[in-house]
Design a protein around this ligand. Structure first.
Ligand SMILES: Nc1ncnc2c1ncn2[C@@H]1O[C@H](COP(=O)(O)OP(=O)(O)OP(=O)(O)O)[C@@H](O)[C@H]1O
Ligand code: NI
Length: 321
């Protein structure tokens, strides 16, 4: 693997929600990962495992009852330590371009795509003057393959795919080094999923930008990602190359293998059981109660080694058997 400069470096990131009555919800625990320029990392895992909370922590968008610890750096800036002013002026849109889930819901219903783009150009760039802003907005639309003929349409006049492109265009305006897409393919039909991920992929292929895609669509992850990070009950249990994850070698963590085996075009057999409550996690491995490899060792927390946090990871010899 080539060593590339990381754009985003996350070390020991944890998020706790403090609930009435003193209950604590461990939504994210001790996350470590990097995303490099020119690279796409897909963060995958079942609903409720902490993916979106992790994204909110990076953007400084956690609710008031959340506490974040650890580090998340872009260049010299620690996103977790930054104050709201810095986050608003320097981070959102400028260091991190967010492509939100259900983009149509994030567009103001009474304003056209052009008006959204022009406002974002004025807010995030030095471009000034009506004609210049108009032209920069048109360029931004073009970069996201949003057709010029649709610029004067209102959000309700855009299809799901077009709203997605409008959101991507908006996320690209600030020329942020990191694009963050939370479930960019939810609710799209398969053709559109492929189209959308290919378009997102295009924005990292030039090599300057990094892309962090959050998804529970493994087929989309396979199509877009260079590396995969698997989250279970708030922890990253495996971070690995997409080729080995989806290829013949396969994942090494039993949970990751279970996720793949649950796919309709693989074994189509779901992992038995359900994920634990994040407010009541076991002291040891959180996956142990659902795992076919569990032994007494699993009552202690697994330490990540070689990108996998498991007492009994699959090794290449097992995988050939
Ligand atoms: N505001 C909140 N207050 C308390 N707990 C919360 C709050 N927001 C999220 N959580 C907890 O954090 C957990 C992780 O939520 P998150 O939205 O990150 O899941 P996710 O992996 O993005 O799921 P999905 O795939 O469904 O989007 C949830 O299970 C919930 O218990
Ligand atoms: Ni989510």
């Amino acid at each position: 693997m080539t060593e590339r400069t990381p754009i985003l470096t996350v070390r020991g990131l944890s998020v706790r929600f403090l609930m009435p009555g003193g209950r604590r919800i461990a939504a994210v625990t001790d996350a470590h990962f990097d995303v490099a320029a020119g690279e796409c990392l897909a963060l995958i895992g079942e609903s409720g495992c902490g993916k979106s909370v992790l994204a909110s922590a990076l953007l400084g968008l956690l609710p008031a009852n959340a506490q974040a610890a650890g580090e998340a750096r872009i260049g010299d800036l620690d996103l977790l330590a930054a104050d709201e002013r810095t986050l608003a002026r320097a981070v959102r849109g400028r260091l991190i371009g967010l492509i939100p889930q259900s983009p149509a819901a994030h567009l103001t219903p009474v304003r056209t795509a052009r008006s959204h783009l022009e406002e974002t150009v004025s807010a995030l760039t030095e471009v000034r003057g009506r004609a210049a802003v108009r032209s920069a907005a048109e360029t931004a639309a073009e970069r996201a393959a949003f057709p010029a003929g649709h610029l004067d349409r209102f959000p309700h006049e855009l299809s799901g795919g077009m709203a997605q492109r409008a959101a991507t265009a908006l996320a690209l305006v600030g020329d942020a080094p990191l694009l963050l897409a939370d479930e960019p393919t939810t609710g799209l039909d398969r053709d559109l999923v492929e189209h959308t991920v290919d378009e997102l992929r295009r924005h990292v292929d030039a090599g300057r930008r990094a892309l962090l895609v959050i998804t529970h669509d493994l087929a989309a992850a396979e199509r877009i990602a260079d590396r995969v990070a698997v989250m279970y009950a708030g922890r990253l249990v495996e971070v690995t190359d997409a080729d080995s994850f989806f290829g013949a070698a396969g994942p090494r963590h039993p949970y990751s293998r279970g996720l793949l085996q649950a796919l309709p075009d693989r074994a189509f057999s779901p992992i038995p059981g359900t994920p634990p409550e994040l407010g009541d996690l076991p002291a040891g491995c959180a996956f142990a109660p659902r795992c076919e490899r569990t032994t007494d060792a699993c009552t202690a927390p697994p330490q990540p080694a070689d990108g996998v946090a498991c007492h009994h990871p699959y090794v290449p010899e097992d995988l050939r058997a």
